[in-house]
Write a protein that binds this ligand. Sequence first.
Ligand SMILES: NC(=O)c1ccc[n+]([C@@H]2O[C@H](COP(=O)([O-])OP(=O)(O)OC[C@H]3O[C@@H](n4cnc5c(N)ncnc54)[C@H](O)[C@@H]3O)[C@@H](O)[C@H]2O)c1
Ligand SMILES: O=c1ccn([C@@H]2O[C@H](COP(=O)(O)OP(=O)(O)O[C@H]3O[C@H](CO)[C@@H](O)[C@H](O)[C@H]3O)[C@@H](O)[C@H]2O)c(=O)[nH]1
Length: 440
Amino acid sequence: MKISVIGCGYLGAVHAASMAQLGHDVIGVDVDKAKIEALAQGKAPFFEPGLPELLIEGVESGSLRFSTDIADARDAVIHFIAVGTPQQKSGTGADLTYVNGAVDALLPHLKAGDLVVGKSTVPVGTAERLAAIIEPTGAQLAWNPEFLREGFAVKDTIAPDRLVYGVRQTSESSGNPDESSAVALLNEVYAQAIANETPLVVTDFATAELVKVAANAFLATKISFINAMAEIAEVAGADVTELADAIGYDARIGRKFLNAGVGFGGGCLPKDIRAFTARAEELGRGESVAFLKEVDAINLRRRDRVVELVVDALGGSAYRKKVAVLGLAFKPDSDDIRDSPALDVAVRLHGLGAHVVATDPEAIANSRIRHPQLTFGSTADALEGADIVVVLTEWKEYRALKPVEQASVVQGQIVVDGRNCLDVAAWRSAGWRYIGLGRR
Ligand SMILES: NC(=O)c1ccc[n+]([C@@H]2O[C@H](COP(=O)([O-])OP(=O)(O)OC[C@H]3O[C@@H](n4cnc5c(N)ncnc54)[C@H](O)[C@@H]3O)[C@@H](O)[C@H]2O)c1
Ligand SMILES: O=c1ccn([C@@H]2O[C@H](COP(=O)(O)OP(=O)(O)O[C@H]3O[C@H](CO)[C@@H](O)[C@H](O)[C@H]3O)[C@@H](O)[C@H]2O)c(=O)[nH]1
């Protein structure tokens, strides 16, 4: 099928490359010239495992093209909207400027029979409003939320664990949205996943929009739940990792997303729970999701706690102490530093007068642009003569560090494990003072 993908960031670039990989003819459009130049040469503008290979293959075969000119999307039949919906600058709601701008720009190029497919995460009610603008062109709108995880984005796009189509409920389709042509077109786009019997939920616009924010709200709640348990474990002398293992054996609870630590960050969970709360308040149902404010508060307290643990371990002041910060990205296998707890903690320690030397396998370049005041270096640079080591992103190279080898490099054998990802026994037996979050 001829597909356009409007917005080629973390979501759109992967979506465009994956659609080409699935055999479609794809044009990716973005307003960011530098990004499009890189993509057009088959180069990934950010770190995402598996993406470079797909880009090169797609660009070389001609099935994947990129442009800054939205008019180049006119031959496509399916137009995915994958632009950002960040948190508003003044407020907690979603900023829809980019979604509105993308739809406005696309409008003159739409033709009867086209399908515009919303992928961006939006407040419930957005699709209905956009459909009123799009439908007079003879094109249709569907909302098809994306559930990919950064670090696994290619796999999650090509083989998603479920598909959700939000489509207009029409009288012609006798109230049955499954019959609509939007569904037929989307089934063609996702033919491989459909053939593999990927669970498919066909629903209305509002439900599709809500599914996305509900999923992220649930994940964020699960993480904050275990972090709240970590707070209690800390004062009770219990161990939150053993607690998580024990409750996780209950299949109704499950062990996934029960890793306590410095908390969740990234371009999705934090802003999505805030936007959901703001939208619920607009709809007069703020009390229904008021707990998400607590989820957010618990999450942010974890960052304070890590800073506090570091300062306490340094004898009450971080001033002029060398702090090795291992990890800056919001999660491993990503260079994304949006709302990263790791970067936040590094900046705060720097603000307390510590000599922070921070490292990350992929996120130094992005971190340097945002916070040039920090000192960046290799893992060896960070550890050399450090008074304390703080692990903030659980990259495999940090988990694999040998405590015995590092002991001779540092000044102080103290490690704060902000992700509860190190082997406690190994570090302690090598003479280190190990401090986890809610660990015994
Ligand atoms: N990143 C993820 O893992 C992920 C997963 C699922 C859903 N989402 C949602 O997808 C959306 C995009 O997220 P992202 O992380 O890719 O953001 P991003 O900031 O990485 O990318 C957004 C892109 O849109 C471009 N853009 C803005 N206005 C445009 C316009 N008018 N025309 C063309 N391009 C335009 C920007 O230049 C940018 O490259 C958000 O709503 C997000 O919540 C993201
Ligand atoms: O047990 C856990 C699991 C995760 N995290 C943190 O939570 C954040 C988010 O992690 P994850 O959900 O894996 O990353 P994202 O790539 O942001 O993906 C989320 O956000 C996307 C954008 O909406 C959705 O598509 C995905 O389904 C959803 O998992 C990261 O900071 C993790 O370190 C924890 O602290 N503890």
